[in-house]
Design a protein around this ligand. Structure first.
Ligand code: NAD
Length: 493
């Protein structure tokens, strides 16, 4: 019988049991069974972790930028050395395919450390002379202190390291609260930190659910900064708790991202990329496209080819390199997807493909996938025929392998459709008319607009959302701004 894993918290450089010895079940989404237990930590564990981070702060913040940069490179190299192990853990824990974990998520996590290792050395502070000729102003930056870093389950290692790397590069220490549904790679990070000799207490990792562990971290008086990525409703609760305490706050929240496709797009490339932007990581990326708007002239041809390509996506065992899509994160999430597909039918939509759980054995042949029958798999689903202005399916975040395709006639009309939601995270836009690309991109409510591409990320650029998709920007100098306090020194010479 397979041994049941008990994850532990990582506090002050040591793996420790939760103080009250309480655990929660963690599922392998591809088989729908419990495979590990995650600490159900509470305020006491958070207090211990914050204490360790506070004690480590004077030591870590007094290191030079060069020393911190060296340490970040070592962390990156060590994750890279153990890439296969990280990828296998992530795939099992989250349900994503081993290919996605190996080629996208873990390499991008490594790059987070490398990027901020370089960024911290190249960053320059401002200085000015004026307003009088004998006055010099310069800016000093100091780390904020103990940072609370809270992350979701969809890209567990990537999104956590996107916060840890800039936080420690700038001299902060931190307490991380990863998603309780995907603890595995965060757990392994502790080993990496110890192997490379990161001083104790610089990064602490506490597992637990939102109310018991996340909330005490948000409310802790020794934690002046919270960086949160997750759902909009959770973000709003965190904002209510953190704002009266005057904390620095960055919220990266939900989305309902439009893809806008004009008649004059590069057709083949657009179809290919739009399938990828709809279904990568089972559609469980906050930047995935969830609503496609296609101009009338190419609508039928686009839908036909999009469906044809979608049907070729193999849903199956995340461990198999044959699989193009793995399992959804949880049974609850699977039910949520089913709810929205039913709602689409009730709203008069037509399901062109998918719309159900797959017959896995039919795809792979034989009984080899017998144990996957209780996994949380769902076919990539394409829906047309919904009312662009009133359909709830077109307005609410689904966060799964479901895409709607709607036709439009004019630029003005599609801008109205695209912006008629509460969210504003990402968008993509396809046209060969340069004027139109600039015009439309500037009018879409979003933090990032990809023109004739998707998911190309330059980590120097601002990342974040508008409307209910978040507050603040991270990335490059924006992260350095967020994770530091700036002080202006004005000297009369
Ligand atoms: P979630 O909001 O349920 O949980 C995110 C994290 O917050 C988890 O670690 C959870 O334990 C914690 N949490 C929950 N309640 C809390 C509370 N009261 N106080 C403190 N922490 C609390 O989100 P999820 O279901 O894990 O992730 C999916 C959501 O994340 C989607 O809405 C998706 O769009 C969003 N997301 C956004 C981005 C982005 O960059 N904007 C990236 C990835 C995911």
């Amino acid at each position: 019988m397979e041994e049941v894993i008990y994850f532990k918290n990582f506090i002050n450089g040591e793996y420790v049991e939760p103080i009250d010895h309480k655990y929660m079940s963690n599922y392998d989404p591809s088989v729908g069974k419990i495979y590990s237990n995650v600490p159900d930590s509470n305020e006491k564990d958070i207090n211990e972790a914050v204490k360790a981070a506070k004690e480590a702060f004077p030591i870590w913040s007094s290191k030079s930028a060069q020393e911190r940069s060296d340490m970040l490179y070592k962390i990156a190299n060590e994750i890279e050395r153990r890439l296969k192990e990280f990828a296998e853990l992530e795939s099992r824990d989250q349900g994503k395919t081993i290919t996605t974990a190996t080629t996208i998520e873990i390499p991008r996590s490594i790059y987070n450390f490398r990027f901020f290792a370089g960024a911290i050395l190249h960053h320059q502070n401002e200085s000015t002379v004026g307003p009088l000729p004998n006055v010099l102003n310069y800016t000093l930056r100091s780390p904020v202190g103990v940072c609370g870093l809270i992350s979701p389950w969809n890209l567990p290692l990537y999104l956590l390291t996107w916060k840890i790397a800039p936080a420690i590069a700038t001299g902060n220490t931190c307490v991380c609260k990863p998603s309780e549904m995907t603890p595995a790679t965060a757990h392994l990070l502790g080993e990496v930190f110890n192997t490379v000799g990161l001083p104790r207490g610089v990064v602490n990792i506490v597992f637990g659910n939102g109310p018991n562990a996340g909330s005490p971290l948000v409310r802790h008086s020794d934690v002046p900064l919270i960086s949160f990525t997750g759902g909009t409703k959770t973000g709003e609760i965190i904002q209510q708790q953190a704002s009266p305490l005057n904390k620095k706050l960055s919220l990266e929240l939900g989305g309902k991202n439009p893809g806008i496709i004009f008649d004059d797009c590069k057709f083949e490339e657009c179809v290919e990329t739009s399938v990828r932007s709809s279904f990568s990581n089972q559609g469980e990326i906050c930047l995935c496209t969830s609503r496609l708007y296609v101009q009338e002239g190419i609508f039928d041809k686009f839908v036909e080819q999009f469906v044809e390509k979608t049907k070729k996506i193999v849903v199956g065992d995340p461990k198999s390199e044959k699989s193009g899509m793995g399992a959804l994160i949880s049974e609850d999430h699977l039910k949520k997807i089913e709810y929205y597909v039913q709602l689409a039918k009730d709203e008069g939509g037509t399901i062109l493909c998918g719309g159900k759980r797959p017959e896995l054995s039919a795809i792979f042949g034989g009984n080899e996938n017998e144990n996957l029958k209780n996994g949380y798999f769902y076919e990539p689903t394409v829906i047309i025929g919904l009312n662009p202005l009133t359909s709830r399916v077109l307005k609410e975040e689904i966060f799964g392998p479901v895409i709607t395709i709607t036709s439009f006639s004019t630029e003005q009309q599609v801008i109205q459709y695209a912006n008629d939601v509460e969210y504003g995270l990402a968008s993509s836009l396809w046209s060969q008319n340069v004027d139109r690309c600039h015009r439309v991109a500037s009018k879409i409510d979003c933090g990032i607009c990809w023109v004739n591409c998707w998911l190309i990320r330059d980590l120097r650029t601002p990342f974040g959302g508008v409307k209910r998709s978040g507050i603040g920007r991270e990335g490059g100098d924006h992260s350095i701004d967020f994770f530091t306090e700036q002080k202006n020194i004005c000297i009369k010479i």
